[in-house]
Ligand binder design. Structure first.
Ligand SMILES: C[S@@+](CC[C@H](N)C(=O)[O-])C[C@H]1O[C@@H](n2cnc3c(N)ncnc32)[C@H](O)[C@@H]1O
Length: 360
């Protein structure tokens, strides 16, 4: 059970330390809901109108991102939408960071106390310097995944706002894990989650495969430390470690199942190739790699507004590698790494699952 800190819990999410912060996050969540809800139709009307006018006028290339900015940026409702989305993201992180670092000693002490508690374990090295590409403030979260010692607290509440409150019971992670494929022979004794952040997917894996040994790695020490605290609170035995997905340190043919949730759009293509090689190595023959991520191979299929929104998000929300990911032929890259590949029907918003099997 999650400990009651005095303010109770929202599902599995420990409630925020005070009602002011909670109200502030509710406001941020409400703004996001408004933009993706009622504001979506008028925005799309303007998008279609602008595309129609651009096509009639000629001279613009709808597959060229600069031209798309020239077409969409001046639309008043688009300007408002983009500014609001950035501001609300800044407000989310700023308020959470102020609060948790305002009580920094308390939360740092809490993490220290959990490090040695079980069930499960956590391993990290504060002297190790993660690669530069992992140290961007992704989603404009101050300190990103690696640089802010209380980043896990901030990330959990911030992503709950981001997911519009649909994150308190690990809803998305559980649904995805339940839909995941397993090896044809049914043997699932060792499982790995890569890029686990605060461990929601890893917990869902442990809940589905209760008898399996579940490991979860992330480049960020703040992430695995908070993930471990959360797993301890939930009474789940998961082994977290600060490691790179491209250098996991596990033996060859070790895992029956490996999962990666929304990791690949956050790594550069060179790192993607290294990660695919590494996962092929640690999966046993017949093992399954479940990947849930942004759409990819969109070079010729992408609608103008999707290209535009992904580009705006990449720039405004610090997602430096997402555009390259959506354009790459990810499934071919998996095949080149040796996997058999297929896709599922399950899809949450624009993201969907790709399954890869190491040939038996
Ligand atoms: C968007 S988060 C996804 C978190 C988690 N899988 C989930 O579904 O909630 C991406 C995570 O991948 C981690 N990450 C990025 N590059 C990595 C790498 N090369 N090796 C291990 N973790 C990495 C980040 O630190 C971050 O926690």
């Amino acid at each position: 059970m999650i400990p009651n800190t005095g303010r109770g819990t929202l599902g599995r999410l420990e409630r925020m330390p005070n009602v002011d912060l909670e109200n502030y996050q509710d406001f941020c969540e409400g703004v996001r809901k408004y933009v993706y809800g009622p504001l979506n139709a008028p925005i799309m009307t303007e998008v279609e109108k602008a595309v129609g006018e651009a096509q009639a006028a000629g001279g613009r290339d709808l597959s060229d991102i600069e031209d798309l900015h020239a077409i969409f940026d001046p639309i008043p409702i688009m300007k408002t939408r983009n500014r609001v989305m950035r501001s609300v993201q800044e407000m989310t992180w700023r308020s959470l960071t102020d609060e948790y670092y305002g009580e920094g000693m308390k939360y740092a002490g809490e993490l220290d106390a959990y490090d040695t508690r079980g069930p499960g374990t956590v391993e990290y090295n504060l002297d190790w310097e993660p690669p530069a590409y992992t140290r961007h403030p992704i989603h404009i979260q101050p300190g990103g995944y690696t640089e802010a010692d209380l980043g896990g607290y901030v990330y959990y509440h911030g992503t709950n706002t981001f997911f519009e409150g649909m994150n308190t019971q690990d809803e998305a992670h559980t649904a995805i894990v339940q839909a995941n494929e397993i090896p044809k022979d049914g043997k699932v004794e060792r499982v790995l989650d890569i890029g686990c952040s605060i461990g929601q997917g890893a917990i869902a894996l442990k809940e589905r495969f209760a008898d399996a040994e579940v490991h979860a790695i992330d480049v960020g020490a703040p992430m695995v430390r908070y993930a471990h605290k959360r797993a301890v609170d939930l009474g789940q035995e998961v082994h977290f470690a600060q490691r790179l997905a491209e250098d996991t340190k596990y033996p060859d043919n070790h895992f029956d199942v490996v999962n990666a949730f929304i990791l690949f759009h956050e790594v550069p293509l060179e790192a993607q190739a290294d990660i695919l090689r590494e996962i092929f190595r640690v999966l046993r023959p017949g093992g399954i790699f479940n990947i849930f991520d942004f759409p990819h191979n969109m070079k010729d299929q992408r609608l103008p507004f999707m290209s535009y929104f992904i580009d705006v998000d990449s720039k405004d929300n610090c997602e430096p590698f997402s555009v390259d990911f959506t354009l790459c032929d990810f499934q071919q890259n998996l095949r080149d790494a040796g996997f058999n590949v297929w896709t599922g029907d399950d899809q949450i918003m624009i993201v969907k699952t790709v399954y890869a099997e190491k040939p038996a």
